[in-house]
Design a protein around this ligand. Structure first.
Ligand code: ADP
Length: 169
């Protein structure tokens, strides 16, 4: 019998990716045969980075993880999963505050497609307070983000920040 591969999809905004996201990606890649990180291109959120920039950052930080792939998707996540022959959605749970939204999302996706399961990973406790918006706030205030994001993300953040500051000169 042909062995079934477990392909999991990790959707998100990743604006920008942090060590918290990376922690989840590493845990997932050690369990599933393949992990597809997928940036939601239809997000209603106002993003700082383009899809291309976020893809580039995610590709660099996951370079060593051979079963991880980076892409983006438009439209319904459940349709994207079907295209990729996946039934597993990965999400991260940081604290109780994440629970209500994640619970609603997981049940909605199940309503849309009953064959889909959402699997939650809890990051190392160092990252439970960490979010993309917090990182952007710190860099805006000239704080040190070395422990929060990989070097390539810091580079992109500084590039973007510098551009914003230049606009005022
Ligand atoms: P979205 O807009 O889809 O919530 P995010 O990039 O903010 O996109 O988050 C994607 C997923 O990663 C969510 O499940 C979120 O809870 C999780 N996540 C974000 N930051 C962290 C972190 N520091 N630790 C663990 N999970 C995280």
């Amino acid at each position: 019998m042909k062995e079934k591969k477990n392909i999991a999809v990790y959707p998100g905004t990743f604006d920008p990716p942090t060590y918290g996201h990376l922690d989840i990606i590493k845990r997932a890649s050690s369990i599933f045969d393949k992990v597809i990180i997928s940036i939601s291109a239809d997000s209603v959120k106002n993003t700082t980075f383009s899809i291309k920039e976020r893809e580039e950052m995610l590709r660099v930080i996951t370079r060593e993880l051979k079963n991880v792939e980076v892409t983006s998707f438009k439209g319904l996540l459940v349709n994207f999963l079907k295209n990729k022959k996946s039934r597993i959605i990965i999400r991260g749970l940081r604290a109780v505050s994440d629970f209500e939204y994640e619970f609603q999302l997981a049940l909605t996706n199940r309503k849309l497609d009953n064959s889909i399961e959402t699997v939650f990973f809890i990051p190392d406790e160092t990252y439970t307070y960490l979010s993309s918006s917090l990182v952007k706030e710190i860099i805006r205030l000239n704080g040190n983000i070395d422990k929060l994001v990989p070097p390539i993300v810091k580079f992109y953040l500084e590039k973007k920040l510098k551009k914003t500051l230049d606009n005022y000169n």
